[in-house]
Design a protein around this ligand. Sequence first.
Ligand code: NAD
Length: 422
Amino acid sequence: MPVAVHDELNVYASAEARFETAAQKLHLEEGVYRFLKYPDKEITVYIPVVLDSGHLEVFVGYRVLHSSVRGPGKGGIRFAPDVTLDEVRALAAWMTWKCAVVNIPFGGAKGGVICDPEKLSKSELERVTRRYTASLCDWFGPERDIPAPDIGTDEQTMAWVMDTYSMHVRHATTAVVTGKPLDLGGSRGRKEATGRGLMICCDKALKKFGLAPQNCRVIVQGFGNVGSQASLLMHQAGYRIIGIADVHGGFYNEKGIDIPKLHDWVYTQRKPLPDFPGGGEKTTAQEILFRPCDILMPAATENQITAQNAHRLDCRILCEGANGPTTSHADPIVAKKGIFVIPDILANAGGVTVSYFEWVQDRQGFFWREQEVNERLQDIMEQSFDQVVRYAETHDVDNRIAAYILAIDRVARALKLRGFYA
Ligand code: NAD
């Protein structure tokens, strides 16, 4: 099982490189290795949509089911202009490992549509979403493959997915998708869940190092669902957020940034993040990563920390809110700097964990109080954090490979119990 040399910015190759290292450490049998390496199935759909102008556009969409060994496929739908099939493949595989790290009964899947949501009107986005969902109606299902939001999609998108699927199967099916609005079978605490999970991981890491949130300076790249909720919750818990940026740029401010005010500016007043008055010294989305801090939280997109720039990191803890923000080529440089990494498949698993709670609640038709959701999330994140750190010590590997080993081991054991249907 040689570890292939690959193009650093190909996220699928990056995901494979980690998988192969972990598989070797685990002494995974050749057949099982091959089975887990490739996706179960993948599909490309062509989505004809009449734009508001009357012009007919055909968008390209993907859905990849990486694994259904431990349960139905689970994973978000990304709307972005640069979505590729390789990216969706990588994200689907990461969902398999992520669900296994937190031990919830799902496999892994992911979807994407090549489009720019910032350039489409709301009704155009609705038509893209509905036609994409209609094309995949036989593929999706509460027992088959359950989508959720990701970059460029939100609660409203998920409501359209639910409605389209329900119209096709002729009955309201809330459990076919998660991340829905509360009024439509959504779960309390889902919106904050990924951010909350990130904070729980940071709390655990701080305890390990004997630090308190009050003495901890945090930089967050990305101010979307993940970055904004993580920074809001961490600000409330006493962490000092000294840097924040979205794709258009942001601020560095040693005294700390007023995150609730910034949230209001961006999400209530709908104004550009870099125009926020009194934010601090202006900086770019890239440069923010290299300013001194205790916790660096990339929560935007892939390939932000690479072999070319990893030596510039100036943090003690790297907590990955985004999927794949660090390339596999950067891993050894980050390790050499002694940075404690909380890898994506552990750190941002709070979102899928509460998605699992949402699916459970929808199927029961019985909804939990927010406190119950948060307590259950806390238990799962803390246990998973401890398990990953223990695996790292036992197998003498870094936290990322430890998380992969834990996950691959769980999926491989389920696979062997099921056997191979012929
Ligand atoms: P989002 O679309 O809500 O927000 C993305 C944010 O990143 C925006 O603030 C955008 O301006 C910023 N951004 C985009 N490209 C950037 C760049 N090159 N440099 C700096 N900032 C950039 O997306 P999200 O749901 O917050 O997801 C962010 C990341 O977290 C993605 O990697 C996603 O896969 C991952 N993730 C999301 C969830 C979830 O529950 N939404 C769960 C787990 C992981």
